[in-house]
Design a protein around this ligand. Structure first.
Ligand code: SF4
Length: 706
């Protein structure tokens, strides 16, 4: 009999509500849930593909073991025993640090893993922990910790009420919001303009969002920090500092002023490519707006000065009087409050940062940057990695210099992947443990309600029973913990933990509980964001640190890069690589794992190199030509797409493509699909945070022979 199921889509951050019609275990339709108080009926094409992942014949439905004849099916008991035996053998022979872990992005969208993964990782007692955070959003968390005292105190732009939205290096019309959970973003952006507000986009590419904005400014890759410094300089020089209710809680204002006085708009103009008068008027216009907010994302955070960009974004919003204020950069009060469940107040603030063994890169939140994972596998000595456990990750495609990492993981003594596919990484594993996914799992979002532009809450039960041969991720993690460490699971389910957290949280007193969520399948609206920073600050003296020493020291690195006497004044020292490569997201894909859906991959080839017409002309490249793109670490051949979207000297490839042969991802294994991370350079990192500098990679572009 036909029935309807309501749930949140858990593919990306936007938390769209879905209305799924089904009969038995057959999906009849997937539409937006108009009664969802947050997404209001919006969905993107990816949600419809949830049925493809559920039915995908290539998805693993039982554990497999690698043999000379390929992967063969084995029982859970045998698979878990092999994993435990090999992990324990490596620990005994080389020490706990010889076992490394890598957690991929889908963990952030998985209810069970959000609750159980960190316990599992801690139980291994290894310092070699890695995740997708250091190729994505680490600078946001570092700024949260250094400025507000907690890595999860992350300001989000109050786009539903702002009068002025400045977007640096972000493309929310395609990402559907990132580090900003904002379903139905197109309507929300149009509403800013409809109420007389303004949107300005700063990006080396005229993105889909920039095309709809009131103004777009091209900026040279990796120079955003200079733009922000100059805008802050304008606020000081024009007496536009307005701290409002945060005045008594600000630490380091004079020190900040002293340190940034030399970064004038005139100095920034040469480097950024944005004229000084435009920088000045942008800062002053935002200061004069009723409310305004600067939102910086991938282009600003995954580059050589990512940490500094996110610090300066927060500083600009604070000094402009728009932090913790309607229409500005606000903080959430989520029903499952991960900040208050793990408070930092009263604990020592960061002084000394631990460093990695080989390249001495910084460790934040118990993790080293994934850019150094290959070094740690290849370099002999105490602490060398000999075994790897990946959980829902595909670092061969999603981390810099994937080819080197792919070679490195083949020298491991043992690798196990918890994954739904034989992908570019897991195909090298000794064992793959498949978890239930998508429509088979319950959904409650812990991570992204913390980043949402409105406080809402929703729980979705599984639509279908998990397949007979599958376990939930958290069941795999607890089973492994028991086999490896003898640590018995205490019997708590994710739902039990959720119920406790809801009742302990800010809305517990008003009766919010797990039962209440089950009674409200469309979700519950908890209202717009409210000023709450002073209640939530986690610094020991309740001060917001504007001028943390770590950031002030990093200014010296910025000076060295941009202002050395002998330098041309550009971060990109061409050095034989005349173009700078940047990445882009495409609407019909999500990272590296959605390529097996025919409905998402059919149609126009989206894996193209975007290049400016003047650049294409000078290289005699015509539309549709196959071009060779070469960086220090690798070379790919890809179709050229000539477009005025691109700033001259900058070229752009999408992220997430590049399925290799011999994986289960058969649909996308096309010769035209290349991985941008076969070109990105693992040696380029933001030295402050260790985040990969994926944008601004120097490349040579040539017309290919054939
Ligand atoms: S925008 Fe994200 S959450 Fe919404 S339907 Fe698309 S993939 Fe799902």
């Amino acid at each position: 009999m036909e029935a309807i199921h309501y749930r949140n889509c858990n593919i990306c951050e936007a938390l769209c509500g879905l209305e799924i019609k089904y009969e038995g275990n057959k999906i009849l339709s997937i539409k937006g849930d108009k009664k969802d108080p947050f997404s209001r009926g919006h969905i993107c094409p990816k949600a419809v593909a949830l049925q493809d992942f559920y039915c995908d014949k290539d998805r693993l439905r039982h554990p497999v073991k690698k043999t000379e004849n390929g992967f063969v099916k084995i029982s859970w008991e045998e698979a878990l025993d092999i994993v435990a035996e090999n992990i324990k053998a490596v620990q005994e022979k080389y020490g706990n640090d010889a076992v490394a872990t890598y957690a991929g992005n889908p963990n952030a969208h998985n209810f069970g893993n959000q609750l159980f993964l960190s316990n599992f990782l801690r139980s291994l007692k290894t310092k070699n922990r890695y995740s997708a955070s250091s190729v994505d959003q680490l600078p946001h968390h570092v700024a949260g910790k250094y400025m507000f005292g907690h890595n999860l105190l992350l300001p989000v732009p109050d786009i539903d009420r702002t009068d002025f939205l400045l977007i640096i290096g972000g493309n929310p019309l395609v990402s559907n919001g990132s580090m900003m959970t904002a379903p139905d973003i197109a309507k929300r952006l149009r509403a800013i303009q409809a109420r007389g507000g303004k949107i300005v986009v700063v990006d080396p590419r005229k993105t889909e969002t920039a095309k709809k904005a009131d103004k777009h400014l091209f900026i040279k890759p990796e120079t955003d920090a200079l733009l922000l410094l100059a805008m802050i300089n304008v606020l000081f020089n024009e007496n536009k500092i307005n701290l409002r209710h945060l005045k008594e809680n600000i630490d380091g204002l004079d020190l900040l002023k002293e340190n940034i006085k030399k970064y004038t708009p005139e100095k920034a103009a040469n480097i950024t490519g944005i004229p000084a008068d435009k920088i000045r008027s942008l800062a002053l216009e935002m200061a004069a707006a009723g409310s305004a907010v600067c939102y910086s994302r991938m282009g600003a955070s995954t580059q050589s000065f990512g940490g500094m960009c996110l610090w300066l974004t927060n500083v600009f919003n604070i000094l402009n009087g728009n932090c913790d204020r309607e229409g500005g950069a606000m903080f959430t009060m989520p029903a499952f409050d991960a900040v208050m469940m793990n408070p930092k107040k009263g604990k020592p603030e960061w002084k000394e940062i631990q460093r990695s063994r080989v390249r001495k890169l910084p460790k934040y939140y118990g993790e080293f940057p994934v850019s150094t994972l290959a070094d740690e596998i290849e370099t002999e000595g105490e602490g060398q990695i000999k075994a790897l456990i990946t959980v829902a990750g595909n670092p061969v495609l999603s981390t810099p210099n994937g080819l080197r990492l792919e070679k490195a993981i083949q020298q491991l003594d043992f690798m196990v992947c918890i994954d739904i596919y034989v992908n570019e990484t897991s195909r090298h594993a000794d064992i793959i443990l498949p978890a239930a996914t998508g429509l088979e799992i319950p959904q409650f979002d812990i991570a992204f309600h913390n980043l949402a532009i409105r406080n809402t809450v929703k729980y979705s039960p599984p639509l279908f029973e998990k397949g007979k041969g599958l376990k939930h991720d958290w069941e795999i993690l607890t089973a492994l913990m028991e086999k490896i460490n003898g640590k018995k699971h205490d019997g708590r389910t994710p739902e039990m933990i959720l119920d406790f957290a809801l009742q302990m949280g800010a809305y517990g007193k008003t009766g919010l509980s797990f039962d209440k969520l089950k009674e409200n399948p469309h979700g519950i609206d908890l209202g717009p964001l409210k000023p709450c920073l002073l209640k939530r600050l986690q610094t020991n003296d309740d001060k917001i640190r504007l001028a943390n020493e770590a950031y002030l020291n990093d200014l010296k690195r910025l000076d060295k890069m941009f202002f050395p006497e002998v330098n041309s004044g550009q971060v990109h020292n061409k050095n034989g690589y005349p173009f700078q490569l940047i990445g882009r997201r495409v609407l019909r894909q999500h990272n590296t794992w959605t390529h097996n859906s025919q409905r998402l991959t059919k149609g126009k080839n989206e894996c193209t190199l975007l290049i400016n017409p003047d650049d294409a002309n000078s290289l005699e490249i015509k539309k549709g030509d196959i071009v060779s793109v070469k960086s220090r670490v690798g070379q790919v051949s890809v179709e050229a797409e000539i477009t005025n979207e691109m700033m001259p000297g900058v070229v752009c490839l999408p992220q997430g493509f590049g399925s290799r042969k011999n994986t289960a991802m058969s649909v996308a294994a096309s010769p035209l699909s290349v991985s941008i991370n076969d070109l990105t350079d693992e040696m380029r990192v933001d030295e402050l945070t260790g985040n990969a500098a994926l944008n601004g990679v120097g490349v040579v572009v040539e017309k290919a022979e054939s």
